[in-house]
Ligand binder design. Structure first.
Ligand SMILES: [Zn+2]
Length: 373
């Protein structure tokens, strides 16, 4: 799977002309459905939307052939994925990345790679930690895409039998206390391993019910905030693949909850303060470089204009608010806003079923006059 670092590397590619091809091609799971892929890719590239939003942009022949060649060679490996191709021969760029799930097909020709669908895919498959636990054992795993790495392991011998065998004369109540104490140590030690392993990442716990509860209780509050959810399983029969399978929907729900929470936070903020909602307010905030986190919808594009002189974005090309020049058309203002937010070291979060056309958390308030233009 791909990380934000990969996206940044890709975003560093810039051509002087709109010559970078971005092609998102969903490959059906059914091999029979994959047969027409080359034709579909060809059609999409022939109809690629160009820098002015028009649909007849000319894809470089070498780039087109590189895409079709990669499809012929690897198409079978990509069943059930969406392949994101980025190609620009003159910049030495060719990438073909299989993304999870089937995304809408799209071909764009621009001066830099078109990254909105890619950002959504990276956001929805975050790296995470998984703790697998029972009363005696704990494993801490770090999961990144389909790579699972064991970053910590702990074995606690604990009491071997309820009566502690040879502890002659020890009363049942004291034995019970000893068992509880040993248990606490075990969960505390496991929690300490977890706290050291990538503390910012979401956390999934798998195992027996009482051990999950024991570990949760031992977690420091910061680690508990990252807790995404748990699954019940016998730790001794779990494989890496099964852990990923059981954790995937839990992590997916966690990502969706975060999207909703961010949306609510922005909508809860008084307008004109540290939030902007709607296209005019967000464009003004992007033009002022005030965006800390841009919230863009999953789907749809909004055509618009960018000033040929200073780059300011506007919905109509009637004249730049800053320098009065006529704007050049851009096919997707949401992509432009996302790119500029990332350029300014802000964050971009893609929101499913967004309750707004676009919204933003701001670094500083943008005045009403600016927001209205
Ligand atoms: Zn301007």
């Amino acid at each position: 799977m791909f990380s934000y670092a990969d996206v940044e590397k890709l975003r560093s590619v810039r051509a002087p002309e709109p010559a970078v091809l971005s092609l998102y091609l969903p490959v059906p799971l059914d091999p029979a459905g994959a047969r027409g892929l080359a034709a579909e890719a060809g059609d999409l590239m022939a109809a690629a939307s160009g820098p002015d939003g028009g649909g007849n942009a000319r894809v470089n022949r070498a780039d087109r052939e590189a895409v079709l060649g990669a499809l012929a060679a690897h198409g079978r490996d990509w069943l059930g994925h969406t392949v994101a191709f980025f190609a620009c021969q003159e910049q030495g760029l060719f990438e073909a990345w299989p993304l999870p799930g089937l995304l809408p097909p799209r071909a764009v020709l621009a001066a830099r790679p078109y990254v909105r669908p890619l950002l959504a895919a990276v956001q929805r498959c975050p790296d995470y930690r998984a703790a697998i636990i029972d009363r005696e054992h704990a494993w801490v795993l770090s999961v990144s895409g389909d790579r699972v790495e064991t970053v910590g392991r702990q074995v606690d011998q604990g009491p071997r039998s309820p009566g502690f065998g040879g502890w002659y004369g020890l009363q049942a109540r004291r034995v019970q206390q000893r068992i509880i104490q040993l248990g606490r140590h075990h969960y505390r030690d496991a929690a300490a391993i977890l706290a050291r392993a990538a503390p910012g990442e979401p956390l999934v716990i798998g195992g027996h019910g009482d051990s999950i509860a024991g570990l949760l209780q031992a977690l420091p509050s910061a680690a508990r905030e990252a807790f995404a959810g748990s699954f019940h399983a016998d730790p001794h029969t779990l494989t890496d693949a099964r852990v990923r399978e059981l954790a995937a929907p839990i992590v997916g729900d966690w990502v969706a909850r975060r999207e909703r929470k961010l949306s609510q936070e922005v909508l809860g903020e008084a307008p004109g303060r540290l939030a902007a909602v709607g296209l005019p307010a967000c464009m003004a905030a992007v033009n002022e470089r005030a965006v800390a986190c841009l919230l863009v919808p999953d789907e749809g594009v909004i055509g618009g204009f960018a000033c040929g002189n200073c780059g300011a974005l506007s919905a109509d090309g009637g004249g730049c608010p800053d320098c009065g020049r006529t704007g050049r058309a851009v096919p997707d203002l949401l992509e432009e806003m996302a790119q500029r937010t990332l350029d300014d070291h802000g964050q971009v979060t893609v929101i499913r079923d967004a309750p707004f056309s676009v919204a933003a958390k701001l670094r500083f308030p943008v005045t009403g006059e600016e927001a209205g233009r």
